[in-house]
Write a protein that binds this ligand. Structure first.
Ligand SMILES: Cc1ncc(C[n+]2csc(CCOP(=O)(O)OP(=O)(O)O)c2C)c(N)n1
Length: 343
């Protein structure tokens, strides 16, 4: 494994991103239970290493299109953690100005294309962005993520095929986390090895243990460098596991408990901690210091966010379209027909 470019600061930063992702989601879960979050809350529990390790291989100017399981990639790309808290609690200062409270947001300044609800379409949009980079001769790379379920949609097949046929500067991370909502992955595809699904497009593919941060990073770095130097797209199949339900409302009763136990023993954070300790990158006290620091940052952020306002009701008619001239001038509440009209 060639990890020669990672220095001590990188190892500390990687650990910080992992625990930040986990601890922030724990805060979100508490906020959900307290009624501060209404609607879907999507966790990346157990998949933090895939998101953090892949995104860490990108550079300034690259673009990233996460799925709902890749919060860690957003922090690596520069999203302030407080922005995620604001978004989920629908604060006016959030990326969607309080009008949407899941993690579907785009921030062009950070090179972030948010998840797009119809699964598979995001890949096609990213095809377009990476084609632009290629046509302009800019050495920029796009990275995106697909759950194995999303990768079985028609649009996703078009996206994979186009990336391969046009040799686009892209890295596609196929997150094989075993479940698509309540559907096990063997019901989504008859292949046993998900790398075969990527190979079918003629794309170079590499399978990694998605819970092993350094293995993920190394594969991502190789694929990113190849894409940046004109070598075309690549696929990384991350073998991992969705440790929580599809979203907060899903109790995942349908998942066999032995399966959860088996994967709990492969927790990506515990595994990275062992590497850090055994190879002398950090001591126990050093690990604790980083965790405490993140914890304090999150306490301050939660206090701040809860003191901030939701958007005013009137704002529901502004920023509906990119061009404000198209925003609806009048409230769009339906006027009730009078009784005689109704008849
Ligand atoms: C085309 C389409 N079908 C169904 C849905 C509803 N849906 C949203 S997420 C999801 C599960 C996705 O599973 P997968 O792609 O494996 O990702 P994971 O949730 O496991 O990370 C489903 C069925 C959707 N958003 N779009």
């Amino acid at each position: 494994m060639n990890l020669s470019t990672l220095v001590r600061e990188d190892m500390h930063a990687l650990y910080r991103f992992l625990v930040l992702t986990r601890m922030l989601e724990e805060r979100l879960e508490t906020l959900f239970k307290q009624g501060h979050i209404v609607g879907g809350l999507y966790r990346s529990l157990g998949q933090e290493a895939t998101a953090v390790g892949t995104a860490y291989a990108l550079q300034d100017g690259d673009w990233l299109a996460p799925s709902i399981r890749d919060a860690g990639a957003l922090y690596v790309r520069g999203l302030p953690p407080i922005a995620m808290l604001r978004q989920y609690t629908a604060r006016e200062a959030s990326p969607c100005a309080g009008k949407d409270n899941t993690n579907h947001f785009t921030i062009p300044e950070l090179g972030l294309l948010g998840p797009i609800s119809p699964l598979g379409t995001q890949l096609c949009v990213l095809n377009g962005i990476s084609l632009t980079f290629r046509q302009r001769g800019e050495p920029r790379v796009c990275m995106t993520y697909q759950g194995e379920g999303a990768s079985r949609t028609g649009t996703s097949h078009e996206g994979f095929a186009m990336a391969a046929a046009l040799d686009l500067p892209m890295v596609i991370v196929l997150e094989h986390n075993r479940w698509s909502f309540g559907t096990p992955s063997y019901r989504a595809s008859a292949v046993e090895d998900w790398a075969d699904t990527a190979g079918a497009y003629g794309l170079p593919v590499r399978s990694v243990d998605g819970n092993d941060l350094l293995q993920v990073y190394e594969a991502a770095r190789e694929a990113v460098e190849r894409a940046r130097s004109g070598g075309g797209p690549g696929v990384i199949v991350a073998e991992t596991y969705r440790m929580s339900g599809h979203a907060q409302h899903d109790s995942q009763k349908y998942i066999p408990s032995e399966e959860l136990d088996e994967w709990r023993a492969r927790d990506p954070i515990g595994r990275f901690e062992r590497v850090l300790l055994e190879d002398g990158w950090l001591s126990d006290a050093g690990l604790a210091e980083i965790r405490d620091d993140v914890d304090q940052e999150l306490t301050r952020a939660v206090d701040t966010v809860l003191s901030e306002p939701h958007p005013p009701a009137e704002s529901s008619r502004t920023r509906v379209y990119a061009d404000p001239r198209q925003d609806p001038p009048e409230p769009w509440t339906r006027t009730l027909a009078t009784e005689s009209e109704a008849r």
